[in-house]
Design a binder for this molecule. Structure first.
Ligand SMILES: Nc1ncnc2c1ncn2[C@@H]1O[C@H](COP(=O)(O)OP(=O)(O)OP(=O)(O)O)[C@@H](O)[C@H]1O
Ligand SMILES: [Mg+2]
Length: 248
């Protein structure tokens, strides 16, 4: 474990995400102050595949940003993989994020004019991994996502689904405990979206990676073990995915 994380409080348990009373306000103290999340309680166990659904503007991405330590809550407590994020120091937060979380976004967020393999290598370059190991690991992950034949293609030479698979390979480089995916299939046709979902199921089942998926597709949400519904900044419902058994 990286020294930056060592100082943070860690407690072993089977819980990956434990968020209590999460409040998020924007423009605090200004005329246009807004409270977007009104006290979210969320527990996700290790190895779960959970989806979050809800109307546009209900606060899904805001919540995801907090879970992913990209943003801080205004109130509440949050523990990720035994690390009390509320008590972690600022300089520990990015180390925790880099080591624990893989992000996948609707818009892929690949670096343009840079080959698939270099895109996957990039987080390892920042982490100081040596060139040879970077390349081997990137090749291994591109193979896992079925992109080993297109490693030298640049993003604009790839289809949407292929770009997303490269982005997923990149999300896996640091062997994350959890993948946070915000509308990963939102820009894809249903067949390509299907392939991306199959990949998530494989990562969840075979590698035990915890996954939190935000989606507008009820059909895809029903494949996950648990579906949480967000409305106006509150979780208003929780159910078992109707087709979760089919995808085991
Ligand atoms: N930085 C910000 N400053 C002010 N308001 C914000 C900010 N970020 C988000 N909001 C507001 O918070 C609300 C929730 O936004 P959020 O992006 O979390 O919704 P969402 O559920 O992800 O929607 P979508 O399905 O369209 O992606 C919206 O009303 C949005 O305008
Ligand atoms: Mg969103």
């Amino acid at each position: 474990m990286n020294n930056d994380i060592k100082g943070a409080m860690t407690v072993e348990s089977d819980v990956m995400i434990n968020a209590k009373g999460i409040i998020k306000k924007f423009n605090i103290g200004k005329e246009n102050e807004l409270e977007i999340l009104h006290g979210i309680d969320l527990t996700v166990r290790k190895g779960e595949f959970v989806s979050i659904v809800g109307q546009s503007g209900s606060g899904k991405s805001t919540l995801m940003n907090i879970i992913g330590i990209l943003d801080k809550p205004t109130g509440g407590e949050y523990t990720l993989d035994g690390i009390d994020i509320s008590k972690a120091k600022d300089n520990q937060l990015s180390a925790i994020r880099n080591q624990k979380i893989g992000f996948v976004f609707q818009t892929y967020n690949l670096i343009p004019r840079t080959s698939a393999i270099k895109n996957v290598e990039l987080p390892m370059l920042y982490a100081g991994v040596k060139a040879r190991e970077r390349k081997e690991r990137a090749m291994e992950l591109l193979k896992l996502v079925g992109m080993d034949k297109r490693m030298d293609h640049k993003p604009d030479e790839l289809s949407g689904g292929q770009k997303q698979r490269v982005a997923i390979a990149r999300a896996l480089v640091n062997d994350p405990a959890i993948i946070l995916a915000d509308e990963p299939t939102g820009a894809l046709d249903s067949g390509t979206g299907r392939a991306v979902m199959d990949l998530f199921h494989k990562l969840n089942e075979e590698k035990g990676i915890t996954i939190v998926l935000i989606t507008h597709s009820n059909e895809l949400a029903e494949e996950t073990k648990r579906v949480l519904t967000l409305r106006d900044g509150l979780i208003i419902g929780e159910r078992k995915g109707q087709n979760s058994e089919v995808f085991r």
